[in-house]
Design a protein around this ligand. Structure first.
Ligand code: UDP
Ligand code: MG
Length: 318
């Protein structure tokens, strides 16, 4: 198998009709000697996506589908695809046609010139709210400034990766996936091509703010200890200030006898200290939660149904 295309699907009934022929035409046009496969992962869609996928699979033998047992989220859906992809090269692409399938041949060509990863970098983004663009920009800049791994800014998961990188990802068992970070971390020769990100072809975003915040926190906690160190630093700074204030208080009380029964200063310091402590505990909590998720070692997802070769379907009875 020369190429696998992984497409996570969450409530995409309005885009599937256009997506499939476009991807198929592009792949047919590439005339791949080794053949290709499209792997659709249904991530617990609540609309007609699944029956549409079943229908595609019945008509086209190169269509594979994996129906997850519920909505596990975009990153896990892609992981399920990666775990079952057979291609020497693997493309990850969104289903909403914001990532143009027509870019796949260019990604593939570039990969063949001696790279292991070619990611698609957004030159511009259309049809997305100012708030989304702003938060995304901000997030990528913050992430870049506090991690050692150079995670490319303004790129999503749209990219092509070689088998070597797929194997690398399979060996990274973390529960909270941030694939674009993990792929950067893996290394080898990586490059990019630029494209203009289109509007959603239909339907609406499956990424609620809640999911976006979770992804952002997963990215930061998996690739940076800076927040933890900042908590420590904050603790030391505040303790230092508190110590000076204490000296001053004792000095006023016993030496100059010039003091007021002041609840203002008291309240301020209690509130300030309380705030700092809560922030620090919160930061530690974020890391702890992820640690405990990794200690639990749960499977990342369950497959309810698939037309993949039987080996790939986990049997719970075992
Ligand atoms: N997606 C998914 N599970 C989810 C949310 C999204 O599999 O819980 C898929 C979705 O079908 C699409 C891709 O992930 O193929 C990107 O999602 P979306 O376009 O909604 O995100 P946005 O482009 O708005 O960031
Ligand atoms: Mg989208």
């Amino acid at each position: 198998m020369e190429l696998s295309v992984i497409i996570p699907i969450y409530n995409e009934e309005s885009t599937l009709g256009e997506l499939y022929p476009r991807v198929r035409n592009v792949l047919e046009g590439m005339a791949l000697a080794g053949g290709y496969e499209m792997i659709f992962i249904n991530d617990g869609s609540r609309d007609r996506s699944l029956p549409m996928l079943l229908d595609l699979a019945a008509r086209d033998a190169r269509v594979r589908y994996i129906d997850l047992s519920r909505n596990f989220g975009h990153q896990i859906a892609v992981t399920a695809g990666l775990d079952n992809a057979n291609g020497e090269a693997v493309v990850i692409i969104d289903a909403d046609l914001q990532d143009p399938p027509e870019l796949i041949p260019e990604l593939y060509r570039k990969l063949r010139t001696g790279y292991e990863v070619v990611y698609a970098k957004r030159r511009s983004r259309q049809g997305e709210s100012v708030a989304k663009k702003f938060t995304a920009r901000l997030f990528y800049r913050i992430l870049a400034s506090i991690t050692n791994v150079s995670i490319p800014v303004d790129t999503g998961d749209f990219r092509i990766i070689s088998r070597k990188v797929v194997e690398g990802l399979r060996r990274m068992p973390e529960q909270n996936k941030f694939l674009r970070g993990q792929i950067s971390w893996i290394g080898y020769r990586q490059t990019f091509v630029e494209y203009d990100r289109a509007e959603r072809a239909g339907g609406e975003t499956g990424y609620t703010y809640r999911k976006m915040i979770r992804l952002a926190l997963d990215g930061i906690t998996a690739f940076s200890d800076v927040p933890l160190k900042a908590a420590t630093l904050m603790g030391f700074t505040v303790s230092g200030i508190a110590f000076l204030v204490m000296l001053y208080t004792l000095y006023s009380r016993f030496i100059t006898h010039n003091y007021e029964p002041g609840w203002a200063s008291l309240m301020v310091s209690i509130l300030f200290l309380g705030g700092v402590q809560l922030i620090a505990i919160g930061i530690i909590g974020e890391y702890m939660a992820r640690m405990s998720a990794n200690v639990r070692q749960r499977p990342l997802y369950f497959i309810a149904d698939t037309n993949l070769p039987a080996v790939a379907v986990p049997d719970l009875a075992e």
